[in-house]
Design a protein around this ligand. Structure first.
Ligand code: L14
Length: 345
């Protein structure tokens, strides 16, 4: 019989936390005991899990006593403070924030790509950025067969990535538009920034704050995390990240250059059998991935595969996934499942 574990979720009421609860239940994760931790403000409130009601407890260091796995998705500062406390008390932390991702001692894991890295963990495992996860799931099998030298990606990211308030904002603004009212913007592109712009009927070429080199933090996360997960520090990666008025499901236009000569049929054959990938490419029947239809789905969908017209080793792909599932909650739980299988929990 599989081991039964005590699980804690920090940030269980958020957009990702809600999916974590759903996925743990749906995937039959072996739970002996589960607890839901949040700030003092939310402590005492009710929360649903598997048809039962639980009380949210305050996330104090002591609350991690006896916890085997702690899933964090409550923001970087909460993880910074409490993840080490959980580890001190014997828990393995799977952290969905960006806080520990680039720390050299912290494995940054997408099980289809670098499951082996879990063995080196020292208590904290980082779950990568949503846009990065879906891209590397599609690129790893191509890299294994053909090599990979360059990646240029543009993203079309849904508002759900920014949380429940951003989903609400898109809904409210869309309704306001229909009534002909002026739309109000308070959340996007970045809550803490000075200026906010409407997302309804708009595109926002800013996700997260700007860094010194002119790329946003989201773009730098994609660049740095891709190199780390794929173990390719010298891979050439560039990203442009754009928020689009889609509720859920991130899409990406990805241009790659490979080392070996290949054609579209080779890429089709590779992706057909790739773990976690569904090939959805039949232009004669207008079949290609779209975010509306990836909602609630586990895999990463790839289509619109074309060979570049000027570079035989260049290929264009369209990659879509549910950012709250494979991009966040599902990948976190797949990490826990892989660790359980490999006797790391
Ligand atoms: O690095 O769409 O986990 O605003 C969290 C916010 C990913 C992007 C992260 C978004 C980010 C996300």
């Amino acid at each position: 019989m599989t081991k039964q574990l005590t699980v804690a979720i920090v940030g269980a009421t958020g957009a990702v936390g809600t999916k974590m609860r759903e996925q743990l239940y749906k995937r039959n994760f072996p739970i002996k005991n589960i607890k839901f931790l949040a700030s003092a403000k939310s402590a005492g409130k009710d929360i649903e899990f598997g048809g039962n009601t639980y009380k949210i407890e305050e996330a104090t260091p002591e609350a991690f006593e006896g916890v085997d796995v702690a899933l964090f998705s409550a923001g970087g500062s909460v993880s910074e403070k409490l993840a080490p406390e959980a580890v001190k008390r014997g828990a393995v932390v799977i952290d969905n924030t960006s806080h520990f991702r680039m720390h050299p001692e912290v494995p940054l894991v997408v099980p289809e790509v670098n499951r082996e890295a879990l063995k080196e963990h020292k208590g904290i495992i980082a779950n990568p950025n949503c846009s990065t996860i879906q891209m590397v799931v599609a690129l790893q099998p191509i890299r294994e067969k053909l090599g990979l030298t360059k990646v240029v990606v543009s993203t079309y990211q849904a508002v759900s990535g920014s949380g429940i308030a951003a989903i609400e904002e898109l809904r409210t603004q869309s309704a306001e538009w229909d009534k002909g009212k002026d739309v109000e913007a308070n959340v996007l592109p970045v809550k803490s920034e000075q200026k906010h712009y409407p997302i309804a009927r708009n595109l926002l070429p800013q996700i997260d704050v700007f860094t010194e080199n002119g790329f946003t933090k989201e773009e730098m996360k994609m660049i740095n995390e891709t190199k780390k997960i794929m173990g390719m520090p010298n891979l050439s990666v560039a990203a442009t990240c754009v928020r689009v008025p889609v509720v859920n499901g991130h899409s990406e236009s990805v241009y790659i250059e490979v080392e070996k000569e290949a054609n579209v049929e080779d890429i089709f054959a590779i992706l057909k059998d790739a773990p976690g990938v569904v090939l959805q490419d039949d232009i004669n029947n207008q079949v290609y991935p779209m975010p509306l239809f990836t909602e609630g789905e586990d895999p990463v969908f790839v289509g619109r595969i074309r060979q570049d017209l000027d570079n035989k080793k260049g290929f264009h792909l369209w990659v879509v996934a549910d950012n709250l599932l494979k991009g966040a909650a599902l990948n976190s739980i797949q990490i826990a499942e892989a660790m359980l299988e490999d006797n790391l929990l």
